[in-house]
Design a protein around this ligand. Structure first.
Ligand code: ASP
Length: 170
């Protein structure tokens, strides 16, 4: 399981993101640590995991992330040589658990946006989607809006969708 996550604060335009991490129990909390406790915006892979350890973030073994239904979905995707979304048919789960997006607005007009995902099913090793890329899958600006995208990430990346929506609002 390789996970991507991102968080952005619309008041300050501060952001934090992590890409391709394993074993992190709460990826979006690590993204927030990157925003609040590092000099960086985006950390990836082993470096992000090392940062998580330094920040004493909760870690879990592979078994924690194992979901039989998703494993079966991966097998189906491999067999048909396709790359699919976690909520793509033929998954028999109509509740569509998977990528999580959140946008919040407080009483002072502060907007925040966050996205957390396992990416696409049967993605290539090392593939990073739109979710942790500021302006592609996630964006927040108090002057305009908060955005968290879900769907086929390569399209959001190419079109810089989240930032484009903010620009249109502006
Ligand atoms: N946008 C995510 C990605 O491409 C997937 C999703 O939204 O389910 O990684």
């Amino acid at each position: 399981n390789e996970m991507d996550a991102c968080i952005m604060e619309g008041k300050t335009l501060k952001a934090g993101a992590i890409a391709g991490v394993q074993h992190i129990k709460n990826p979006v909390s690590l993204a927030r640590k990157v925003m609040e406790d590092s000099e960086h915006v985006l950390l990836m892979g082993e470096g992000a995991v090392q940062f998580a350890k330094e920040m004493k973030m909760a870690m879990e073994p592979d078994s924690y992330f194992f979901v039989e239904q998703r494993f079966n979905q991966l097998k189906q995707a491999k067999d048909s040589n396709t790359i699919i979304l976690d909520h793509t048919a033929p998954v028999p789960d109509e509740k569509k658990f998977g990528t999580v997006g959140a946008v919040a607005l407080d009483v002072h007009g502060n907007i925040a946006a966050a996205t957390s995902t396992g990416g696409m099913t049967n993605k290539r090793w090392g593939r990073v989607g739109d979710s942790p890329v500021i302006g592609a899958g996630t964006y927040a600006n108090n002057a305009t809006c908060g955005i968290s995208c879900t769907g086929h990430g390569e399209f959001f990346l190419r079109a810089v969708v989240a930032y484009d929506i903010s620009c249109l609002m502006e």
